[in-house]
Design a binder for this molecule. Sequence first.
Ligand SMILES: [Zn+2]
Ligand SMILES: [Zn+2]
Length: 647
Amino acid sequence: MSEINVKFSDGSLKKFEKNISIKDVLSSLNIENNKKFFCVAKVNGVLTDFSATLQDDCEIEFLDFENSKDAKKTYWHTTAHIMAQAVGRLFKNVKFAIGPAIDEGFYYDFDLEKPIKEEDLVKIENEMKKIIKEDLPVQKKVLPSNEALDYMQSHGQTYKVELIKDLEKKGADIVFRTQGEFTDLCGGTHLLSTGKVKAFKLLSLTGAYWRGDSKGKMLQRIYGISFPNEDELKKFLIIREEAKKRDHRKLGKELNLFMISPEGQGFPFFLPNGMIIRDKLIDFWRKEHKKAGYVEIKTPMILSKDLWVRSGHWEHYKENMYITVIDDVEHAIKPMNCPGGMLVYKNSLHSYRDLPERVSELGLVHRHELSGTLHGLMRVRCFTQDDAHIFMTKEQIESEILGVIKLIDKFYSTFGFEYFIELSTRPKDSMGTDEQWEKATEGLKAALEHSARKYKINEGDGAFYGPKIDFHLKDSIGRTWQCGTIQLDFNLPERFDLTYVGEDGLKHRPVMIHRVIFGSVERFIGILTEHFAGDFPLWLAPVQAIVLPISEEYLNYAKDVYNQLVSKDIRVKLDSSNEKIGKKIRQAELNKIPYMLIVGKKEKSNNTVNVRTRCSSREEEIEITKLCEDMLNEIFMKEIKNKNGST
Ligand SMILES: [Zn+2]
Ligand SMILES: [Zn+2]
């Protein structure tokens, strides 16, 4: 009997009999009791089901639900199969389309003679529970394409037939998974058996076009989520309810921040209130960047094809670009700011004395996204990147990265965000020399160590052109959002032949980074809206105060108060309607106005206002000059003032 050597991610080595299943390797390690829920393995870097067997020496890493996206996706995707099987059992002539895992949970698209109704979801859930109880093993089978086509054709699965034909063209294996009576075309990874899924919930039923194409057929899509235990599911559902209340699309409408019109799918319009938030964010951004030694440029929105060919976008990114013809020459609307930034660098000579050069640009970029993926301000077809390119010498990598980390920290802490950092290192397929990668990666690590920030390393997850650092924000209800990135690039300086003159009088290649802090200004506004549930801190609030006269008798005094605040540059409104004061207060609360200033007889004779804040029902009489001082102070401090009613 022959043996194989298996190397584990901690570096240890163990011998096993050839043909051992991954599941048995895992059990031999006795690590199942450390509360981790292992879903899938990486064998020599390739995601592999636990049911697979090992034939040769290999490196193996076990991925658990909590710490690995791939593990989560395996778990969720297996649940999608269970859901599809349940739908197949309950409904006649179901045509199955696709059922992937997504960032959070999974979905499956179906084409049915008799549509699924909202109330059917419970029935489907009950059938899924049965399938989980049956604990059906998930078995893999690879078929030649003609057999695969025969099988799906004979079962009337026209969507699968289309998918198999695509796979055939790519020369890919046609892989099936079978659990009980249900067989699905699927090359993804799966749990060992249906019984591994412990807690799940079907979340919604919507329509979705086949292949996301609005000319295609409208299918029915069911979304769901699953977890290895009930507690986590419960926690998820509570956060989901909270998130619904905070949905930036709902608040955006109620607070007049932005709109999306059918005439511009994926192209948001900013309304006056949203525009104030946007301007304030950008003011803050400019001020901080100036302090950090950045200069600002603006590059054109439309540039000719030869530039995009040179940058590599024409070859690798064309599908996402909007293209137009000017004077018979093809041009593209920029999907990224970098190529324009390269032209600016090349516009002048650079000496080592000029470096580092920190060049920022708030660039409006357009990228084609499928209509089915668009989502308020979070996923759009045009957005403003708060971009910057830093050109430097190899020796400056560490200090420049540290500078960017500090700047990012300043921004995120201003909004009360916690965040975590991931460092992605050299992938198998990459450009650049060993020395370049080593220097760059060491520079990033040293900067992270210096910043005293914890970070996680994603080995081999960098782009082919350089390592990167990602920043993930944690919002007030615990959701995470990837926003900031710092990306080293060995590719563009080569492609554009960027140089600087060194101390030796010779030409050298600068090191370049791309970095963003907000990521997309539009998406960041969406995230802030949900993070604050529309209760923006005073410096961002579109309306900072409203004067509410108790009756018409005090309207003149109210106008006087209003004018005093206006003269201090405070964004104030006056409610001169004939409504009762209670109603005026409720309306101001709905509009999430931080300061409500109530004026009546007493206030008029004392030259004061009665202040009520959105966080406190307590009222406080205060002189107007003192009020303005307090508000301006709060605006200047930019902190989230949480006035507690009990203090
Ligand atoms: Zn699958
Ligand atoms: Zn760039």
